[in-house]
Write a protein that binds this ligand. Structure first.
Ligand code: DQA
Length: 139
């Protein structure tokens, strides 16, 4: 799941986000997922309520979640509550190294609900997330 402003990848600062568009990133993720025999389904929105409502629908539809909520990560208790409701294993991913950027990016309201958090690894961070969830689902 990709949240606010991630649809603008390719236009955002390449020093933090690289040069892939979101379409290209999703294709990569899909390919990486196949390495783990995992099937992916993508969701993206710039609207917090839609992100929340998608989380509401996920129980029964998915076995696990990889989410990069963008700036919502840092303050959306609505997303946090909805994530908790899913009861699914989740990994938080950030393309950029949020811990070495602005102070406000260091705080995440979802980390403690996630089985792992990957940041600053670019697109490869999603492979780490898939690997982690693959292990989680096998156990
Ligand atoms: C981001 C980091 C957030 O701080 C930022 O607001 C984003 C993207 C990342 O992938 O590095 O929009 O989640």
């Amino acid at each position: 799941m990709h949240g606010v402003n991630l649809d603008q990848l390719g236009r955002r600062d390449p020093a933090h986000y690289g040069t892939l568009t979101l379409e290209e990133l999703e294709l990569r993720i899909e390919t990486m997922a196949r390495e783990f025999s995992l099937e992916t389904r993508f969701f993206r929105t710039n609207h917090e309520g839609q992100f929340v409502e998608h989380l509401h629908r996920l129980a029964g539809l998915a076995d696990a979640i990889i989410l990069n909520p963008g700036a919502w990560t840092h303050y959306s208790y609505a997303i946090r509550d909805a994530l908790e409701l899913t009861g699914l294993p989740a990994v938080e991913v950030h393309l950029s190294d949020v811990d070495s950027r602005d102070e406000w990016r260091r705080h995440s309201v979802i980390t403690e609900l996630c089985v792992a958090r990957v940041a600053g690894r670019g697109p490869d961070g999603y492979r780490e997330a898939l690997d982690r969830l693959h292990g989680e689902l096998a156990s």
